[in-house]
Design a protein around this ligand. Structure first.
Ligand code: M6R
Length: 608
């Protein structure tokens, strides 16, 4: 989704904006632009396409001199990705510049109203209505004017605004779209996300809904929607400055896959104490844990798939019914809650609009909400009653890998906790699970170490048109994630099927050389899935299998096998997913695609 960067201070703004926008490229965009003010002239450049085009047009920013500026990468919602629709947008006189992330839902009404008053529009965007209204309602006092405009809009927004008659002043506001304010030494910043400004500062304010910030080189002042001054807390971001760099890898996705052992350690170690699992974050929730009658897991995309793993593991270990639901369905379904239920939201970004809405819907019904989130200080961490962080660090590649791995690890630990607290697990069993958890990072390392073998196989299948992923139980949860990985970055049609469901229709699509990937880690279901492999083989399929070490007899039926090291039945997903992530990566890279920025996709889906 759109990315915003803003700066006011001692230095030239344009290079800072371009650098910051490059760190937000992962969010997905199709045009870019910026406006810079030198105290006299408010200049702007914008262009459809990649950020590089803007870098070239502005000669690395040199053509836009000035120490106050706002920059934007746009992911088109209203109107095509054209120069006219790219941000910043201006009023007719070119004295107010606005960048916006979010959607102004009543923009058509506003536009008609403003047109009747004689204002003309140059773009198809909802954002331009804001620039026009900021002009129409302008009182000379930017904060007062912004508030007047915000009272008239419905929808979501993160805004960066410059008024030409207020040199050195950068304004920001937010509702339901992420925006942070960074406090630096040589100036201050706004950004959609931390990586954009991490190089310059680690000190950030998280702007809350319907708050406005007035930012100058030396000061940052916050107001609520009633124009009262407020004092938010300053947070220090712990992320490593290099965490948002490629670190020598060709793509972030490879870097992030390689970080999975470290991420598993970082996520699990703080919750493992002397052979036992404890979540400090849930220290006041013993009652909720003991009494829980049902858990709803809500999420989107891969986070939903992590939730599927969570369901099998929690139900298996703790015997609590778990329902996993797509947040986009849950939020509009009017779900039925009974006593003692919990909602667990899962999100890497903590900003996914549907998941956030699901959290709010559950909270409105008084249901306790826990959120498994990666991005520090994101909206979801502020909406949920409890946040269980995955310590994956910044994830840049649109296709999630390390955050997904961390999410399923949190579910393992939650399952252990629930099972223990409800008398389903004794101390020895818990200890044995903790030992298995501790072994996971090095087992993942082992699988990553064999990546060339997967690469060779991927090269052979680079022109596959359709790929089917099959598995049963927890293996089905992995099939879902593996197929999403392949389709999102390689543009190969991929489908996940519960292996037993194949012969109810989909098997008719299997023909000579169709690639079928079978995940067979669940010993109790091994023979069943082997039968499904035999079924597809006899229809000509080429079978890749991922199974536990020791099952070499599978090679009688499978053409290419990846063996995963031994762990308990619940944790196998953490291992089985590794070769499947690698496979998707190598197919995409082998085709010459931009692995980190798949077409049409955004990292953080902040609109519905
Ligand atoms: O930030 P979130 O975890 O809430 O994002 C949810 C999905 O948009 C995300 O997992 C998406 O499916 C990824 N592109 C998958 O790789």
């Amino acid at each position: 989704m759109c990315g915003i960067v803003g700066y006011t201070g001692k230095n030239q703004a344009a290079p800072i904006l371009l650098d910051g926008l490059s760190k937000l490229e992962y969010r997905g965009y199709d045009s870019a632009g910026m406006a810079v003010f030198d105290g006299k002239t408010l200049r702007s450049e914008k262009t459809p396409g990649r950020l590089n085009a803007l870098v070239e047009m502005t000669h690395d920013g040199k053509l836009l001199p000035g120490t106050l500026g706002i920059g934007h990468t746009r992911w088109a919602t209203h109107g095509k990705p054209t120069r006219a629709n790219a941000h910043p947008h201006f009023n007719a006189a070119g004295t107010v510049a606005v960048v916006h992330n979010g959607i102004i839902e009543n923009y058509l009404d506003i536009r008609q109203r403003m047109e009747k008053k004689g204002f003309a529009f140059k773009s198809d965007t909802d954002t331009e209505t804001l620039a026009v209204m900021l002009d129409y309602y302008y009182t000379g006092d930017p904060v007062e004017t912004i508030i007047k405009v915000l009272h008239r809009v419905t929808g979501s927004y993160a805004l960066g605004i410059i008024f030409a008659d207020h040199p050195g002043e950068l304004y920001a506001a937010r509702k339901d779209s992420p925006l942070i304010v960074g406090k630096g030494k040589d100036g201050n910043y706004i950004a959609s996300d931390v990586p954009a400004i991490l190089k310059y500062t680690r000190d950030v304010y998280y702007i809350e809904n319907e708050e406005i910030a007035k930012i100058t080189e030396k000061d940052i002042v916050f107001f609520n929607i009633d124009a009262e001054e407020i004092k938010p807390e300053l947070h220090t971001v712990e992320w490593d400055v290099n965490a948002a760099d490629k670190g020598g890898y060709e793509f972030y996705m490879m870097k992030e896959m390689s970080e999975q052992p470290k991420v598993l350690r970082n996520t699990c170690e703080p919750r493992m104490k002397k052979g036992s699992i404890a979540f400090e974050e849930l220290s006041k929730d013993a009652d909720i844990i003991k009494k829980a009658s049902k858990i709803h897991i809500v999420a989107c995309g891969s986070a939903y798939h992590a939730g599927m793993t969570g369901k099998y593991v929690i139900e298996g270990m703790a015997r609590i019914p778990v329902e996993v639901e797509l947040a986009s369905e849950f939020r509009y379904r009017d779900p039925v809650y009974t006593d003692d239920e919990i909602v667990i939201a899962v999100s890497q970004s903590g900003e996914t609009a549907d998941t956030l809405a699901a959290v709010k819907e559950a909270k409105a019904h008084g249901v306790p909400v826990w959120a498994i989130v990666n991005a520090t200080g994101s909206s979801m961490t502020r909406e949920a009653d409890r946040t269980l962080y995955t310590f994956a660090g910044p994830e840049i590649s649109v296709a999630t890998t390390k955050a997904y791995s961390a999410q399923i690890a949190v579910f393992y630990m939650l399952a252990i906790l629930f099972a223990k607290e409800r008398g389903q697990l004794d101390a020895n069993e818990e200890k044995s699970y903790v030992e298995d958890l501790k072994r996971l990072p090095e087992q993942v390392e082992l699988l990553l170490g064999n990546k060339e073998r997967v690469q060779k196989f991927a090269n052979r299948y680079i022109s596959a048109r359709d790929v089917y992923y099959i598995g049963r139980g927890l293996d089905y949860a992995i099939a879902l994630e593996a197929s999403l990985k392949l389709k999102e970055i390689s543009y190969v049609h991929a489908e996940a099927y519960a292996a037993g469901e194949l012969k109810h229709g989909t098997i008719s699509l299997i023909e000579k050389n169709t690639l079928v990937t079978a995940i067979v880690t669940q010993e109790a279901l091994y023979d069943k899935t082997i039968s499904n492999i035999v079924e597809v083989k006899s229809r000509g399929a080429f079978v890749m299998a991922v199974t536990n070490v020791g099952h070499s007899e599978i090679e009688e039926n499978a053409d290419f096998v990846v063996y995963i090291p031994t762990t308990n039945k619940y944790f196998a997903n953490s291992l089985a997913i590794i070769p499947l992530q690698l496979f998707a990566y190598y197919v995409s890279a082998g085709k010459g695609y931009d692995v980190d920025h798949p077409r049409n996709l955004a990292k953080s889906v902040t609109v519905e």
